[in-house]
Design a protein around this ligand. Structure first.
Ligand code: ATP
Length: 316
């Protein structure tokens, strides 16, 4: 397999005079889960439609599985891509029947339909509800079935568009856990378009942040966070007077329960703890306040908006 499953080059889409996707160089590596993030109207869905060949770019190119997408090969490449669509499920049919009907649309052989439907139900932890009518399903269960539907043709690349939209925290966690297991057990590459960031750290290894149709950050989440915040704030809670503790650690800031230090590595934290211990200060806890993908997202979007205000351009 090539080094990238998806590579776009200077990808652009205009509707009339309006540029909604601008100069996109997007790279998705095999076996990774890539979160394509951005505010409403940033261009996520349009990008997804460009990559799957459903709409044509105004300029630039898209390569999928190492092949440049053209009107001639789009259908063939799409056979290896699963897309979770918001097309309704059939409420009066059971979960298994829904999958069998869709499997037929995907061209699965009759003899294979039942087996594949059962495999997918198992993957999405829905086996025990295989024979229940979908009309009786909760929103979370329906969402899982919609993801399962996209998995029927055994795609190598899976696109999920807002898979957790409208789900409560428990259903979100449940879906993310199933997707995490799925990714661990298969070679699947996943692209998730979303602005719901809860749980994304668990699932996604990479992100791209779209603002106003442009990619303003892209890469491995841990690397992006480390580049943006080279030090981690470590909160050290102590017994006794925090002001005394603060005098013992150079650069420490006071907190209501102790001190906070900036650590570039674990040894900085160990040095601070050793200095406190040597002076007889009792330590209750040392907690690193690691930035999350949510912090990264907000900081990146803020930067992009600020720089567009500075340059007089409006962005979504
Ligand atoms: P959301 O998070 O709200 O779903 P998004 O990031 O997926 O947003 P898109 O749906 O890609 O954003 O839309 C990006 C911009 O392109 C929007 O301003 C939208 O109005 C515009 N747009 C999308 N499709 C069309 C179309 N067919 N014709 C004209 N404008 C369009």
């Amino acid at each position: 397999m090539s080094e990238t499953v998806i590579a776009t080059r200077k990808l652009e889409k205009k509707y009339g005079e309006r540029t909604v996707v601008r100069g996109l160089d997007l790279h998705v590596r095999p076996g990774r889960a890539y979160g394509l993030l951005g505010p409403n109207g940033a261009g996520k869905t349009t990008t997804l439609r460009l990559i799957t060949g459903l709409i044509a770019p105004t300029a630039g190119t898209v390569s999928v599985f190492g092949e440049q997408l053209t009107p001639t090969n789009a259908d063939r490449l799409r056979e290896r891509i699963g897309v979770q669509t918001d097309t309704e499920l059939y409420a009066t049919l059971t979960a298994r029947e829904n999958l069998e009907v869709w499997g037929g649309f995907y061209g699965l052989r009759r003899s294979e339909l039942r087996r594949r439907a059962d495999e997918v139900l198992e993957m999405m932890s829905l086996s025990d509800r295989a024979s229940s009518a979908v009309g009786s399903f909760s929103k979370g269960m329906r969402q899982k079935l919609a993801v399962g539907r996209a998995l029927l043709p055994r795609p190598h690349l899976l696109f999920l568009d807002e898979p957790t939209a409208g789900l409560d925290p428990e259903a979100t966690e449940d879906l993310i856990a199933d997707l995490t297991t799925l990714m661990r057990d298969t070679e699947l590459t996943v692209v998730i378009c979303t602005h719901q960031l809860a749980g994304l750290d668990a699932l996604c290894s990479d992100v791209g942040v779209l603002v106003g149709g442009a990619l303003v950050a892209q890469g491995d989440i841990d690397e992006l966070i480390a580049r943006r915040w080279p030090t981690t704030t470590v909160r050290i809670d102590v017994a006794g007077d925090p002001a005394v503790a603060a005098t013992l650690v150079p650069g420490a800031a006071l907190t209501p329960t102790g001190i906070a230090v900036q650590a570039a590595s674990d040894s900085d934290t160990e040095r601070a703890i050793a200095a406190l211990a040597a002076a007889g200060v009792r330590i209750h806890a040392a907690v690193p306040q690691r930035p999350t993908v949510q912090d990264l997202y907000f900081a990146t979007v803020d930067d992009a908006r600020r720089s567009s205000i500075d340059s007089g351009k409006a962005v979504a």
